[in-house]
Design a binder for this molecule. Structure first.
Ligand code: BGC
Length: 864
């Protein structure tokens, strides 16, 4: 039953704490709150809010925090300012707001956040290791009123209580620099414990940490106020379970004959088990894992089953993805089925695993011989694949014998893009699959071979695309802390985080992920706390680069440069450009924090580097940089190194290079590619950017698709041998950001970030007749959808409550254009016609009319 809302402010929704929906076990002492106000009318905004936080479930008491009526338009990044939070408590909160007419909204629904271990002294558990299962039984005099499990592993773990796995996370904990930090997860297990005997256990896997160690602390409140703690210690018992071997890269071997029925239930006979060992506990500090977990997010049904040889069965899953295979099989005990995974097949239909390098990507299941049949899926590994091969299968497998299980960090989809050009939709598809399959608690470079590292350039190149398609705020918050944890005394950061390798400073373009991710977090989410927390870190990174610069500001230190290009670019140009960029971001962030002395100092340093760059790399006679590669010209133009009076000349060289020397193809590697299309667009050649985006011959995204790609390749070239050629690498997916910012035309404003002020500027180019983008931003839904036919343009835009927008409506050479908004004239005879609610003005800017709008949904139509 819908209740008929009266006009005015509606209850805020989308309540979040530290970017998470009702999180359990956070360990920040002043968490930030977020909400999205709703309103029935346009031009709505919040003018004041009231937050109530309580330890009782309706939040109404506000006994922990009653903010009172706070005069503020802010709906995001609101700092909790109540009583000091205590460990292991549940806090309930709600919020209401007052609109522009000082009308109060109803209160929001109640949300929660719960604290974990706020102090390291809260931890009483000891790290235990042994085989790959550990267990303990204990008694409770009554069923608990509240029970929480705080758990982690140095290596993967599964927590089991009274006969079943707890929670739906897989491959926990997140990959971190485990000597520095290990992340724990909090579970509510109240309903899983009972009066009498209980059993808890952990399955332990190698994971990234290879320690097979577990840490568990359960805090139980009983009726009447008694408290019981159960924690891993020397009294726990261990044995070897059915997992004979597990490795992220190589796969899992599971012998179902060795299963331990009832091991996680009370009353199990553990007399053959041994005491656990407490040796060598991991050294990292324990922090709450405050990001979406890795989960099985979907099932993938195979498209095709073939048998390229006797006893060899190959499934085509139709899509390259991350995860594993679930097997259904019936057969004799001891039968051994091997499940191999690959991105590619040979012409004869057999698996091509050459590009996995040393990763075996094979799971082996040994049957227990259940006459009812058996179902297996691995626990502590994952693969990147499109094809699955079964060998050793007893009998003949059917299509249904295999299901793909898609596994990655379960970030919420927050963006959507579509266009009238099918190729663009297919590229968008490949990008989205490429990005999500490379979110495995860190942004990985690839999902299949013996690598899957948090390579830093790959991370920053894909970040904007990821942020426009998914809710990445908590994910990158964690990754930035990983980078910070890995920063060396000299200010350098590693090429990939977690580092896990001997110390070596990153290539300048790789380490610049540090300032770039800070900047993106600020732009997309208005996250000032990130800027505060990492300002010193990014400043030290810039200072590290300074130690690598010569007197002219040139940094020759490089390792990879514009990686995997068609035409190489000199490494010193790339390194110096990223040195400039790092200084530039430090200067900007100093400005954000009001550190004007540092802002000035780093701006000056950046200017000095720009001058040195110009002197060293610019050919004033021919108007290009260094060897004239597209990346050589793109980086200084896009980063703002090129002096104003030279820009047009360099742009001409760049366009000539694209159009005449390369027949409208790009030659850029991963770095140049990120900036080339946005640069062309910002400088009035969106049509040329579009030509590049929609190319179908080598090198282009369309070429990959012509060759059957379902994700984005690591290389522009089609390579399938044993060399470096992943078929699922997110970095060239950087073009995905351009789809939103240029074709749908949705842009945030650096001065009022997090979509507080929005610029809608769609590029209606070439044969494109329609494009649509929508984003669930931190402030609510922003969308832009346009269509055009000769002589007619339609643009529908949504601006969230509290935000403002400038909306650029291209008039597409329509003479004497008239614009209507929802049927009412708003532009006529060259002038703004006031009166439409929410529109405050309009002006002509070149070929467009620019409307000033506040919140609401607007439908503009332009015609003669
Ligand atoms: C990775 C890249 C990474 C590069 C560094 C490769 O092996 O897969 O994407 O950025 O090494 O050059």
């Amino acid at each position: 039953m819908a209740c008929v809302a009266s006009a005015g402010p509606l209850a805020p929704g989308g309540l979040r704490c530290e970017y998470l929906v009702s999180p359990l076990g956070i360990d920040v002492t002043s968490p930030r709150l977020f909400w999205v106000p709703a309103h029935t009318e346009r031009a709505a905004r919040q003018t004041a809010y009231q937050v109530l936080v309580s330890t009782s479930a309706d939040a109404a008491a506000g006994d922990v925090w009653d903010s009172g009526k706070v005069a503020s338009g802010s709906t995001v990044q609101i700092l909790y300012a109540g009583k000091a939070l205590e460990s292991g408590r549940t806090y309930y909160w709600k919020v209401r707001y007052w609109d522009q007419q000082d009308q109060a909204s109803p209160y929001s629904p109640t949300a929660r956040f719960e604290t974990g271990m706020l102090s390291s002294t809260d931890w009483k558990a000891q790290w235990v290791r042994g085989g790959n299962v550990v267990r303990k039984e204990f008694d409770l005099v009554a069923a608990p009123v509240r029970a929480r499990a705080y758990v982690t592993g140095a290596g993967y773990y599964e927590l089991h209580v009274n006969g079943g796995k707890i929670g739906d996370h897989v491959l926990d904990p997140a990959f971190t620099e485990y000597d520095k930090r290990i992340l724990y997860v909090t579970y509510d297990i109240t309903g899983r414990l009972r009066a009498g005997r209980n059993a808890v256990g952990l399955m332990l896997g190698e994971g990234w940490f290879h320690a097979r160690a577990g840490l568990l602390q359960i805090e139980i409140d009983l009726p009447g106020g008694a408290h019981v703690r159960v924690a891993t210690d020397s009294s726990w018992k261990t044995t070897k379970g059915p997992i004979l071997a597990d490795s992220i890269y190589n796969g899992e071997t599971y012998d179902a004959r060795r299963e331990l029925p009832g091991w996680d239930r009370p009353g199990y006979d553990e007399s053959a088990w041994k005491p656990v060992s407490l040796d060598n506990p991991p050294r990292g500090v324990l922090s709450a894992q405050m990001m979406p977990p890795i989960r099985v997010v979907a099932d993938i049904v195979p498209r095709k089953l073939t048998s390229p040889g006797p006893g060899i069965y190959v499934y085509d899953m139709g899509q390259n993805f991350s995860g594993w295979t679930r097997l259904r099989v019936k057969g004799p005990a001891g039968a051994r089925v091997t499940i191999r995974h690959a991105e590619l097949i040979y012409d004869d239909g057999t698996l091509n695993t050459e590009n996995l390098r040393s990763a075996r990507a094979a799971d082996t299941y040994i049957l227990r011989g259940d006459p009812e049949g058996e179902v297996y899926e691995p626990h502590f590994t994952y693969h990147g694949f499109r094809y699955v091969e079964l060998t050793g299968f007893p009998g003949t497998p059917q299509l249904e014998s295999v299901t793909g299980r898609e596994v990655h960090t379960d970030v919420k989809t927050t963006g959507g893009f579509a266009a009238s050009k099918p190729l663009l939709d297919q590229i968008q598809h490949n990008i989205v699959w490429g990005v999500k399959s490379n979110l495995h608690s860190i942004p990985t470079d690839c999902n299949q071979r013996d690598e899957r590292r948090g390579w830093m350039a790959d991370a920053h190149l894909a970040a904007e695309t990821a942020m426009l398609n998914f809710d990445m705020a908590a994910f990158y918050t964690t990754f930035l802390r990983d980078i910070h944890d890995d920063q060396d005394d000299d200010g350098s950061v590693p090429d990939f985080a977690p580092r896990q390798d001997p110390k070596a400073p990153a290539d300048p373009a790789w380490g610049s992920a540090y300032p770039l991710l800070v900047e993106y977090m600020y732009q997309q989410y208005g996250d000032r706390r990130i800027v505060e927390q990492h300002f010193e870190g990014i400043r030290r990174w810039a200072e590290f680069l300074r130690t690598k610069a010569d007197a002219g500001g040139i940094v020759s230190f490089m390792k990879y440069g514009d990686w995997v290009p068609v035409q190489p670019t000199p490494g010193d140009l790339v390194s110096t450009a990223y040195y400039y960029l790092s200084l530039d971001i430090v200067a900007k962030m100093a400005g954000v924090l009001g550190k004007s002395a540092e802002a000035g100092q780093y701006r000056q340093m950046a200017d000095g580097v720009a001058a040195g760059f110009q002197k060293r790399f610019y050919h004033a006679d021919s108007h290009w940089y260094a060897n004239g590669s597209q990346t050589s010209d793109t980086l200084p133009l896009f980063f703002g190194i090129t002096p104003e009076d030279e820009r047009d000349k360099v742009l001409n060289s760049l366009r000539d290079d694209v159009v005449y020397f390369h027949n409208t193809h790009l030659t850029t590697g991963i770095l140049g590619t990120k900036y080339l299309l946005p640069l062309l667009t910002q400088t009035g050649r969106a049509d040329l950017a579009y030509d590049l985006a929609t190319q179908t011959t080598y090198p282009s995204w369309g070429y990959m698709i012509e060759k059957g790609a379902t994700t984005i390749w690591e290389l522009w070239q089609e390579v399938t041998g044993p060399s470096m050629n992943s078929h699922n690498h997110p970095m060239f997916g950087s073009v995905g950001a351009w789809f939103y910012t240029a074709l749908a035309g949705i842009n945030t404003d650096w001065q009022r970030p997090g979509y507080e002020h929005i610029r809608i500027e769609p590029e209606m180019v070439r044969d494109l007749e329609f494009a649509s983008g929508s984003l669930d931003t931190i402030r609510g839904r922003v969308s832009s959808t346009w269509q055009r036919t000769p002589g007619h343009t339609r643009l529908e835009v949504t601006v969230p409550v509290g935000s403002t927008a400038e909306i650029h409506l291209p008039t597409l050479r329509i003479q004497d254009v008239t614009v209507e908004e929802s049927g009412r004239p708003v532009w006529k005879e060259g002038a703004f016609v006031p009166g439409a609610p929410g529109l405050t003005g309009a002006r002509r800017a070149g070929p467009s009319i620019v409307f000033e709008a506040s919140s609401g949904t607007y439908v503009f139509e332009a015609h003669e």
